[in-house]
Design a protein around this ligand. Structure first.
Ligand code: C2R
Length: 173
């Protein structure tokens, strides 16, 4: 990985601007969880992948989630990341409404330490997959989203390979 890319991945604040039609939609179940999910936006910004982040809840704003999920593809999105704690139904609700891949991030913070969100995110019924990362695994969710985009985008693919090399050298995102 070039020193430049390492620097931007390490930097506490994103430096690249989030330009263009969002390719990745990031939903967060509560505004209080924005700091964790902003780790995902930081990675995407640093990889130069346009994205949007919005707070919404399948429990509290079901109509908004419905509209977001049903229109995500026509708005040019390639995948959706959903982070929520407690009973995480957000990821499943989105996955039920779109053919786009959905990545679920179970968030900690409840009295059950995120095990509740982990089970409710990963234990999807057959036919409606949610690709679930670790508890609070917003960084991996963003890298996985970038890898999905990289399948058809040689520029992003090159950055992912650089990133993999840096991991082998001991770099930690
Ligand atoms: P508040 O702090 O806003 O009361 O959040 C949120 O992600 C949060 O962990 C309460 C918790 O509820 C979660 N939440 C969900 C969903 N909406 C909110 N799991 C959902 O739609 O799945």
């Amino acid at each position: 990985m070039s020193d430049d890319l390492k620097d931007v991945l390490r930097a506490p604040e994103p430096r690249l601007q989030n330009r263009g039609t969002p390719l990745v939609g990031i939903l967060v179940g509560s505004a209080s969880e924005l700091p964790i999910m902003q780790q995902a936006t930081a990675i995407l910004e640093r990889l130069g992948i346009p994205h949007e982040i919005r707070v919404m809840s399948a429990h509290r704003n079901p109509d908004l989630v419905d509209e977001f999920a049903r229109t995500a593809e026509e708005r040019g999105m390639v995948c959706v990341i959903c982070g929520a704690g407690m009973a995480n139904h957000l990821a499943g609700a989105v996955a039920a409404r779109t053919a786009l891949p959905v990545i679920g991030v179970p968030l900690s913070g409840s009295k059950l330490g995120g095990m509740d969100a982990l089970y409710s995110t990963v234990q999807m019924p057959r036919g409606v997959p949610v690709a679930t990362v670790a508890i609070d695994g917003a960084v991996n969710a963003a890298i996985l989203a970038a890898q999905i985009i990289a399948v058809r985008d040689p520029g992003v693919r090159a950055k992912i390979y650089e990133f993999k090399e840096s991991l082998a050298e001991g770099f930690r995102p």
